[in-house]
Unconditional design. Structure first.
Length: 199
């Protein structure tokens, strides 16, 4: 693993391993960039795996004849990986998640990888279709909520107008009642004055 250090002892960030594969050194651990198959001259299947320092060291030191992840595959701390299919000369890339099995044979593991890679673009289409459907449903729900909001706002305005009209009516009734009882109040006051003068 001395290859991970530069001439003055500083860590290198990108370390070539077998074929077109590399370890990308992080502050803690590394990312394995493993080109595991090239089905034709234009296509590369790549797996990105997060490794601990210990796992990266084991992968780096493994014999060339041993499978790339075999020294650590059974005990990976981070078994979730990203599978990328890239067509050279094209900006089109298909990416999907891949869980690295700990108990399959190396043959089964690599076959699963190749199978998943060969259908990565279909997987992306399905995911995109699902996202588009969810997006459409959310837009419909937002439109419905917006309509309900406008209806509630209209109802609130109508209730405020009714409340305002009722308050005005109540004020008019109070004025009418005051005007209606004014002569009685004046009479009572006059009688009160008469009684006080007489006594």
């Amino acid at each position: 693993m001395d290859d991970l250090l530069g001439p003055s002892g500083e860590p290198k960030s990108l370390v070539p391993i077998a074929g077109h594969s590399y370890l990308l050194k992080l502050g803690r651990g590394a990312i394995l960039y493993w080109v595991f198959d090239e089905p034709d001259e234009e296509t590369a299947y790549t797996l990105f795996v997060r490794l601990t320092d210990k796992e990266a060291h084991a992968v780096h030191e493994a014999d060339y004849l041993v499978g790339m992840l075999e020294p650590v595959r059974g005990k990976l701390k981070f078994p979730g990986a990203l599978l990328m299919v890239q067509h050279r000369g094209s900006k089109k890339i298909a990416v999907r998640r891949f869980i690295i099995p700990s108990d399959d044979s190396e043959y089964e593991f690599v076959n699963d990888l190749i199978y998943a890679a060969s259908y990565a673009s279909d997987y992306n289409k399905e995911v995109n279709f699902g996202l588009a459907a969810d997006s459409h449903n959310l837009r419909d729900k937002m439109t419905q909520l917006e309509t309900e909001k406008w209806a509630l706002q209209a109802e609130t305005r109508e209730l405020k107008a009714k409340t305002h009209r009722l308050k005005e009516r109540l004020a008019r009734l109070a004025d009418d009642q005051l005007r209606a009882t004014k002569p009685e109040i004046q009479l009572a006051e006059s009688l009160g004055r008469l009684v006080s003068v007489a006594s």
